[in-house]
Design a protein around this ligand. Sequence first.
Ligand SMILES: Cn1cnc2c(O)nc(N)nc21
Length: 285
Amino acid sequence: MQLQAGSHLIDLSRPVVMGILNLTPDSFSDGGRYYQQTALSMDLVLQRAQQMLDEGAVIIDVGGESTRPGAIQVSEAEELDRVVPVVEQLVSRLGAIVSVDTSSAAVIRESAAVGASIINDVRSLQRPGALEAAVASQLPVCLMHMNGEPAVMQKAPHYENVIEEVLSFLQQRAAVCIAAGIAKEKLIFDPGYGFGKNLEHNLTLLRYQQRIAESGFAILAGLSRKSLLGHLLGREVSERLPGSLALAAIAAQKGAHIIRVHDVAATVDVLAVYHAVDQQLFHLH
Ligand SMILES: Cn1cnc2c(O)nc(N)nc21
């Protein structure tokens, strides 16, 4: 499987790593570090992005609005200010393949104009104008299941059958996107781990992720450092690397093509081992 992402052709025949670059002051894991929007902070951003590329990240995911549980919404102007200059620099100075984590039509348009390669919308292009902007950009789009909005999604989420309901939502959004002119090959499905799911829902979704992969769409899995690890292991965010690596290996085993993580180097090694076993490779170098 391959993904045409702007001018880049991404080989998805083996799982690839998407490195997380949070530009928000309140991200659950590493927010605030780059938030000052000064020249210094841009240098820090570029250094962090370069480090992730050096460690083997194929895609850099840039977000200006925290989507963690309970997050407050940010204005479109604020999101534009945070995201667009960074996308432009990542592309022009590092030549990076950049996905933009946004639900905003304006951010989609402006980011595409400065060279973004993928649209990563946790709201699956449901905000006004987002679908039209995505179609106009001709970029691939990650569609993700979320139950409600970050501010309320974790308040007693309930499903009759979480796998079928998540899959049905993604297929409905895909049908809308395809009808609007986005080629099926440009769509990515994402179960949305932690987005309106309790521990049982997240574990069930991962256990049966292959059911979503059978849809034929590329699969993106974002599990890194998420609260299901807190519930399972009782670990704080900063102590969740081992659990995150276990989840990355399992997600790959169950059909994920893109693994979205904070800890790139460690995940790259985990996926190299997975790939060697999966392909019975005896020589990795
Ligand atoms: C922005 N963001 C946070 N978690 C995510 C996940 O699991 N998937 C995608 N596509 N984006 C995410």
